[in-house]
Design a binder for this molecule. Structure first.
Ligand SMILES: Nc1ncnc2c1ncn2[C@@H]1O[C@H](COP(=O)(O)OP(=O)(O)OP(=O)(O)O)[C@@H](O)[C@H]1O
Length: 293
């Protein structure tokens, strides 16, 4: 549904995108993660048409988004990181406007608005001015504007930033439902557990390019998990051992004659993956590139 190839965008002398590639299939949710400044928002802005890349191609649903921008954007719903809503209009009026821009009219428009209000738990706020809503409520409204015309591609840039648990779970459920119906989703976030809930595949951005792409399991395979053991002898402290081979490490422990009363193996998590990226352009990144290769 989305193919971005070799995107380069230079601001001043610094590349914000430096050979950024990403493909997203219909029904796929891609969690786009990476440190502040990795280029995630610039990528979203290029796909949206707000920023023109210096090099590279973007295809949306087979259309060249850099040449046939208008037609390609009809296939796109965007919730930008910086909220773009009309504060002096109500939630419903905002949704009418966005649905109208996407070409929805009459009864179909009203039905889609009712559906998205319900999905995002916004029905009770439909006639309130956006300007008087809380930050989390506005974020939900922004996500609703992206989803209202049921576009086949959704770009959600940190849609749950600052959101309370209710906002977050309503949004995640709506995104899941849309993906199950075939929508392709690019979802940027710093809240990694959300990507587990969404069963998203991952794209790790660093310094303007995607350095690794795959499932959570594929990308964390090279990282150590943790073996947690409690012993029968109350005087013996609990053991927490980083491990890539818990079976072998446990066998070695048992062979040493120590008697465990509980054993737990924690798989490497997305947080571990994120931390491994902190290692910079060192070993961790090279391993991530190997995984991608
Ligand atoms: N309009 C702009 N003018 C100059 N530099 C820019 C502009 N937009 C982005 N940048 C720079 O491009 C780089 C990538 O920024 P971008 O906002 O894409 O990162 P990000 O991965 O979305 O970060 P975050 O997680 O903080 O949202 C940063 O160094 C940023 O300062």
């Amino acid at each position: 549904m989305l193919i971005a190839e070799g995107l380069v965008k230079i601001f001043g002398r610094r590349p914000a995108l430096d050979g950024f590639d990403l493909e997203v299939a219909p029904g796929e949710i891609v969690g786009l993660i990476g440190h502040n400044g990795a280029g995630k928002t610039t990528f979203v802005e290029v796909v949206t048409g707000l920023v023109r890349p210096d090099r590279g191609n973007v295809r949306i649903g087979g259309l060249d988004a850099l040449r046939a921008g208008r037609a390609a954007r009809q296939l796109l719903g965007v919730a930008p990181q910086e909220l773009a809503l009309y504060n002096r209009a109500t939630v419903r009026e905002n949704l009418r406007l966005f649905a109208g821009i996407a070409g929805l009219r009459g009864r179909r428009r009203d039905e889609e608005i009712a559906r998205v209000l319900d999905e995002l738990h916004l029905s009770a706020l439909a006639n309130r001015l956006v300007g008087v809503l809380s930050g989390g409520q506005r974020r939900r409204v922004q996500a609703a504007t992206a989803m209202v015309a049921a576009p086949p591609l959704l770009l959600l840039d940190e849609p749950t930033a600052g959101a309370d648990p209710e906002t977050r779970s309503a949004l995640l459920a709506a995104v899941k439902t849309r993906a199950e119906a075939g929508t392709a989703v690019v979802y940027t976030t710093h809240y990694l557990p959300e990507l587990v809930d969404l069963d998203a595949t991952l794209a790790l951005a660093r310094a303007g390019r995607v350095i690794a792409r795959g499932t959570q399991r594929e990308l964390t395979r090279h990282l150590p998990g943790e073996l947690r053991v409690t012993f029968a002898d109350p005087g013996e402290p609990d053991l927490r051992l980083p491990t890539t081979d818990p079976g072998a490490d446990l066998a070695a422990l048992l062979a040493s004659g120590r008697v465990p009363v509980s054993v737990d193996v924690r798989r490497p998590s997305l947080d571990d993956l994120y931390r491994s990226m902190e290692a910079g352009a060192g070993e961790g990144e090279q391993e991530a590139r190997d995984v991608a290769a």
